[in-house]
Design a protein around this ligand. Structure first.
Ligand code: SAM
Ligand code: SF4
Ligand code: F3S
Length: 566
């Protein structure tokens, strides 16, 4: 994207309870003036997180802030003093979900006048700030993604910080993108470093950790709102990322996922350094960048992989990263994936369309041939690697023939999983200048056709695992099975619920419950076992393969004691 310039808007720091650009929205502020949780009672908060892993990670950071100021977690909106909604805006449907809850939240506020609602995440865009109060009438305060580190400060909760040494970071700044003000991720790396130093990341799992390495997005996808909600790419300093990985390793995490809209372009905006002089990668597609002597994702993978435990093996056994962009999938990165023991055999590489003209209209800046070449190279380097992708159907001008080309690409490239969605026009994106001319019924039909086609491909691939013994990291006790209508496999960041896998026929021994975990190839596996297996590796013999998940029997694992009653 061209024509970017950065213009800092001076932050109003230090004032309480509300500072920064919210000062420009007095109607919104007014609702917060009363937010004065009493010191003798601990205010409780509930976080509702939508969207991708980046949002989940951001919510962990916000929850950490609130916990550090003395708040406690509530179990639901109904018993919270504060509701924080971390929104996604990738499709209209994601925003509509939150708009649809406004009535319920307004009712709750009438019943409990002390309740306050904060809306954060990609739904809060600077260019549309004036319309936010109208669209989300139950909300008292809006924070852009880059303003989230100020949550506690803006709520007036910082009076509690002196006791615990919480430092606040003023992040308010804007960047102009195509003439529109957007988020500026400039200071997020610094605020993450502070949060880590103060042990203020409330990680939601004790098994798998998220680790953001690059904020924002510099790509040119014409349909996508992310660059407008999260601003341009900003990489975290190399040593900060490695230090966080060390912390995660020391805390005993089994899995680490490096996060960014485009993790493959990590480091291009960091200063060049002598210690990275062996790095001279060139981008193979898209806008050229000088990547010489700057850290890259390959360097990060190798460095984190080299953090060893007492047994001399990688301290974090599974290292993942998401999302990759075909522009930046360099040979150096592929070689690092192949060389590092901990890097899991799974890659998420969005293709979006199987037609070159559509890819050009989408601003993806690669061709199907380029994508095919990258995939072949990675499959050669990491045999058997599982690959997932994203596809958009019904983008502006997509003909039946072009849609068929996408189906043909799925047949040819054989993805393990496809996250597909119908094109949804997003405010302010370049695609708004094109005609959204594929009728909704056609988009729906194409989406259904594509998902049906992928279902048989996924099933064929998964059947290849039948009878094999796989290492499964057990992640959770599974709640009662959900019905097919609740299949959320096309939602971003949503877990595959295992639709198509029959329920477990009885427990595998006394004290067994239904469990779920993942293989290194990121396959969801259902199994039965002792709940104490959660967080442990077990060997599972695959006995059933569905299109989205496997089911198997534990044949080896760590010894666990049967749970005692009560
Ligand atoms: N950065 C990733 C990449 O390189 O593609 C994807 C991040 S985006 C938040 C997740 C997915 O949402 C995209 O891959 C795309 O398939 C989908 N998406 C984005 N904008 C969309 C839109 N306007 N309508 C439908 N799907 C969209
Ligand atoms: Fe959106 Fe494209 Fe950036 Fe992915 S690469 S976040 S699809 S603009
Ligand atoms: Fe949604 Fe923002 Fe993620 S738009 S998918 S929450 S980056």
């Amino acid at each position: 994207m061209t024509g970017r310039s950065t213009a800092d808007v001076p932050a109003v720091a230090g004032a309480l309870p509300i500072v920064g650009s919210l000062a420009a929205t007095p109607a919104v502020e007014a609702g917060l003036v009363e937010f004065r949780p009493e010191t003798h009672s601990l205010p409780s908060f509930f976080m509702w997180t939508l969207g991708c892993q980046m949002n989940q990670s951001d919510s962990e950071e916000m929850a950490g802030q609130l916990l550090a100021t003395g708040c406690i977690r509530a179990h639901s909106t109904e018993d919270a003093d504060l509701v924080v909604i971390n929104t996604c805006a990738v499709r209209e449907h994601a925003e509509a979900k939150v708009i649809g809850r406004q009535g319920l939240l307004a009712d709750l506020k009438r019943a409990r006048p002390g309740l306050r609602v904060v809306l954060t995440g990609c739904g809060v865009r600077e260019a549309e700030r004036t319309g936010l109060a109208r669209r989300f009438p139950a909300v008292d305060m809006f924070l852009r993604p880059d303003e989230e580190p100020e949550l506690a400060l803006r709520l007036g909760l910082v009076s509690a910080q002196a006791a615990i040494g919480l430092r606040t970071v003023s992040t308010a700044a804007t960047t102009v993108l195509g003439g529109r003000p957007v988020s500026a991720a400039d200071r997020l790396a610094a605020s993450r470093a502070t949060a880590l130093a103060e042990n203020r990341i409330a990680r939601s799992s004790t098994i798998s950790a998220w680790l953001p390495i690059v904020y924002g997005c510099d790509k040119t996808c014409t349909y996508c709102i992310v660059p407008f909600s999260r601003g341009p790419e900003r990489s975290r300093p190399f040593d900060d990322v490695v230090a966080e990985a060390r912390q995660v390793a020391a805390a005993g995490y089994r899995e680490l996922t490096l996060l960014g809209q485009n993790v493959n372009s990590y480091g291009h905006d960091l200063p060049s350094e002598e210690r990275f002089r062996h790095i001279d990668t060139e981008r193979s597609a898209g806008r050229r960048l000088d990547l010489r002597s700057r850290p890259d994702l390959a360097e990060l993978l190798r460095t984190i992989d080299a953090i060893h435990g007492a047994d001399g093996r990688p301290a974090i056994p599974r290292l993942r990263f998401i999302t990759s962009h075909p522009w930046d999938l360099s040979d150096r990165l592929i070689d690092a994936m192949a060389a590092c023991e901990s890097v899991a055999e799974h890659l998420h590489l969005p293709i979006q369309s199987g037609d070159d003209a559509m890819l050009a209209r989408m601003g993806r800046q690669y061709t199907v041939a380029h994508y095919r070449d990258r995939l072949a190279r990675i499959r050669e380097a990491v045999p058997g690697i599982a690959v997932s992708t994203d596809v958009i159907v019904g983008f502006c001008g997509e003909t039946e023939q072009q849609f068929e080309a996408t189906l043909a690409a799925l047949e040819e490239l054989r993805f393990d999983t496809v996250f597909a969605a119908a094109y949804s026009p997003r405010p302010g994106t370049p695609a708004l200048r094109m005609a959204d001319d594929v009728p909704p019924a056609v988009k729906r039909r194409r989406l259904n056709d594509l998902l049906a086609r992928q279902e048989s491909i996924g099933l064929e691939i998964n059947r290849g695992w039948l009878g094999r013994d796989l290492e499964v990291l057990v992640e959770r006790v599974t709640p009662p099975r959900r019905g097919p209508l609740e299949d959320d496999t096309i939602d971003d960041g949503a877990d595959d619920p295992g639709v198509g896998v029959p329920p477990l026929a009885g427990a595998a021994g006394e004290g067994s419950v239904a469990l779920a975990g993942r293989t290194r190839h990121n396959k969801l596996v259902h199994l039965a076992g002792n709940p104490a297996l959660v967080g442990r590796d077990v060997t599972v013999r695959v006995e059933y393969a569905g299109p989205f998940a496997l089911r198997g029997r534990v044949i080896a694992g760590p010894p666990v004691e049967a749970p005692t009653e009560g």
